[in-house]
Design a protein around this ligand. Structure first.
Ligand code: KG4
Length: 337
């Protein structure tokens, strides 16, 4: 079954072709980072308009790269939420109209379920041992999920305020670094002195699996103000203190989640799962196997949407012709695959 996957929930237009027998055939991604750079964050209306411009040429490109035509497509999967309403609607209406004209099914996919499944794209389908724990860490979400089965999720804990990626982005902005801030903080942290500052590990002094990251960013502010004008070494030293604290917080909660559930695997997914310190620390401090996707599948992409779509369509899922997108969408409301 050949599935066209479409991701347009935020500031990346991602298209991909996934074949349930042959695997991932092609993918193309356009990032809008440069478009939003002057505004310090994603401008929803600009994001929607850019998805409109890119979605059709990127579809042509993945078809050409895979040596396929529109007539070869057996189904279309698109991100139906969570995300920016206008951006989601571009992908959804493109997917629905194309599917209708080709007389194939279209299916709305939950963005975070797709992220959670991304490590399976290039592995055997039995590589994950159910039930397992997933840490979803992106610019919009920080959640610990107990995956009892594909499609059957319990939220063990989540951020009560900022997402981890958001805290990386906001702290990077305070340091005068560009967007997205996660990779910039990580690069600066490599030259930082880890002994100079110690940032707090929020909400680790009490039981529970919820996170809070806004306090960590707020802690960075007076430190940065006191140092201004910042030298290159100051930037690197604050970056490493922030990264160590953010990663330590995530690791502490993951250890707790593994202990609480008895799971033998932790899947990490979402943009922040690209962070090398997070991967290394989890691998050394967790009594569980740590599983993650290749770097190009950690951040938003069409391949994970195509893959999740293939699993659900092969499982018999279907939907009617109406276009329904959900900017907020709890994963616990999904049907089992
Ligand atoms: O999953 P994603 O591409 O988009 C959504 O938020 O949906 O995640 C983007 C987030 C941004 O906040 C970015 O700063 C963060 O992931 N990120 C990182 C790294 N690479 C991306 N954070 C820490 N370290 C990284 N290496």
């Amino acid at each position: 079954m050949l599935i066209l996957g479409i991701e347009s929930s935020c500031d990346e237009t991602g298209l991909a072709l996934y074949d349930s027998a042959a695997g991932l055939l092609a993918q193309a991604l356009h990032s809008q980072v440069a478009l939003h750079a002057d505004y310090g964050g994603v401008v929803p209306e600009l994001a929607s308009r850019d998805h409109v411009r890119k979605i059709s040429p990127l579809t042509q490109r993945v078809l050409a790269d895979a040596g396929k035509t529109l007539d070869d497509i057996d189904g279309i999967a698109y991100t139906a939420g969570p995300g920016l309403m206008g951006a989601l609607l571009v992908g959804a209406s493109f997917a629905k109209s194309l599917a209708w004209s080709l007389e194939v099914p279209a299916l709305g996919i939950h963005h975070m379920e797709a992220q959670l499944l991304a490590p399976l794209i290039d592995r055997q389908s039995d590589a994950l041992k159910l039930p397992f724990v997933a840490l979803l860490v992106s610019g919009g979400h920080t959640q610990l999920v107990h995956v009892k089965n594909f499609g059957d999720y319990d939220i063990l804990g989540e951020s009560v305020d900022d997402a981890a990626g958001e805290a990386f982005d906001k702290t990077a902005k305070l340091l005068g670094l560009g967007y997205p801030g996660g990779p910039q903080i990580a690069a600066q942290a490599e030259h930082g002195d880890p002994q100079r500052f110690r940032f707090p590990r929020p909400m680790t002094d009490r039981p529970g699996l919820d996170f809070s990251f806004s306090g960590l960013k707020t802690h960075a502010l007076p430190t940065i103000q006191a140092l201004t004008p910042l030298s290159a070494q100051d930037v690197a030293d604050v970056a490493v203190a922030f990264e160590i604290a953010a990663v330590a917080t995530l690791v502490i909660k993951c250890r707790r989640a593994i202990a609480q559930t008895g799971a033998s695997q932790l899947v990490i997914a979402g943009g922040v799962s690209a962070n090398t310190r997070l991967r290394t620390e989890l691998e050394s401090k967790l009594d569980a196997e740590v599983v993650y996707a290749p770097l190009n599948l950690c951040t938003d992409n069409g391949a994970m949407i195509a893959y999740a779509g293939a699993l659900r369509l092969l499982g018999g899922a279907s939907e009617n012709l109406s276009i329904t997108t959900r900017p907020r969408w709890p994963m616990t409301e999904l049907a089992a695959i």
